[in-house]
Design a protein around this ligand. Structure first.
Ligand code: G3H
Ligand code: 13P
Ligand code: ZN
Length: 314
């Protein structure tokens, strides 16, 4: 299948519009019907372009047929929504997503030697572009968990001197960079630590026409951390990147913002609260709806107050 059969948007098109418009397109991860519909509700309410992000492990969790069946059945406007493979780790994984009908794939070769990263990124871009599918690649290594499969304990910031050549050789459509963000809810020892805007400035100067991507960009709303702990959870020292820093990064050419942890926190906080307050309810439709509703609320808040992508759906 091709993504246009699902009325999905070309991802590069959404990102170039954002680059020109000075806002960012949110990429929200999902893993099941509730989280998919939670994101789509936020997109509809805010009239924002949105990228639906599926990691390799989320794809494995849902299964190809369930995922694509949900996409087929989902309600969204034509060309407002993209479907994206998040952190693909091989040519085969990216090809598989393209063949299923994804509109973009990320190849995460950040842990590989540079020449290997370039070689595989280019092979994926050559395959993807035959189908008008967009490709995101990564240069530099984020601290913390890149996902369940890669744990980079050390990080290395993206070298601005390498980006122009990397984009040219790989023919990538967008580039994920490392400027101090990290995946998960435990991002920083010092919560006031600044992102490396000096590096971002150099990168944007060297590749002004390439949309830049920020992974690990959750802000970890403390109200959710507090509610999780209030209603039986135990999450300590969880801090994210402040909305002010993300907004500044967007004003400096970041055009795709990846958020997963904030959604997980919103969903879990509401779920815990619901179950705590409704001790005799054991209907999954009730407590999952409550959780999804809070996730929608958080997506709307981030779209309006961080990404500024509301009312930009074409
Ligand atoms: O960037 C990673 C995402 O948060 C996906 O994580 O592999 O647990 O689905 P996951
Ligand atoms: P967070 O863990 O900060 O939400 O990052 C998600 C991400 O980068 C998905 O690719
Ligand atoms: Zn990521």
């Amino acid at each position: 299948m091709h993504y246009s059969d699902f009325l999905l948007s070309n991802t590069k098109k959404l990102l170039l519009q954002a680059l020109r418009g000075g806002y960012a397109v949110p990429a929200f991860n999902f893993y099941n019907m509730e989280t998919l519909n939670a994101i789509l509700a936020a997109a509809e309410i805010t009239k924002s372009p949105v990228i639906l992000a599926v990691s390799e492990s989320a794809l494995e969790y849902m299964g190809d047929d369930v995922l694509m069946g949900m996409i087929r059945g989902a309600k969204y406007k034509k060309n407002q929504i993209a479907l994206h493979l998040d952190h693909g780790h091989s040519f085969e994984s990216c090809k598989h997503a393209i063949d299923l009908g994804f509109s973009s794939v990320m190849f995460d070769g950040s842990a590989l030697p540079l020449s290997e990263n370039i070689k595989i990124s280019r092979r994926i871009a050559d395959y993807a572009h035959k189908f008008d599918v967009s490709v995101e690649t990564e240069l530099g290594v984020l601290a913390g968990f890149e996902d369940e499969k890669t744990n980079s304990e050390t990080h290395s910031y993206t070298d601005p001197d390498l980006v122009r050549d990397f984009v040219k050789k790989t023919q990538t459509d967008s580039l994920a960079i490392a400027i101090g963000t990290s995946h998960g809810a435990y991002k920083r020892k010092d919560k006031n630590e600044s992102l490396r805007f000096d590096i971002l400035k150099q990168i944007a100067k060297n590749i002004p026409n390439t949309p830049l991507v920020l992974h690990g960009a959750s802000n970890i709303p403390q109200k959710y951390v507090q509610n999780i702990n209030k209603f039986g959870g135990n999450i300590k020292n969880a801090y994210g990147i402040s909305p002010a820093q993300i907004r500044k990064a967007i004003s400096m050419h970041i055009t795709k913002i990846n958020v997963d942890s904030d959604s997980r926190l919103a969903f879990t906080a509401a779920l815990r609260e619901y179950l705590y307050k409704n001790k005799n309810n054991f209907n999954p439709r009730d407590y999952l709806s409550a959780a999804a509703k809070e996730m929608t609320k958080n997506c709307i808040d981030e779209i309006k107050n961080i990404m500024h992508s509301n009312n930009h759906a074409k």
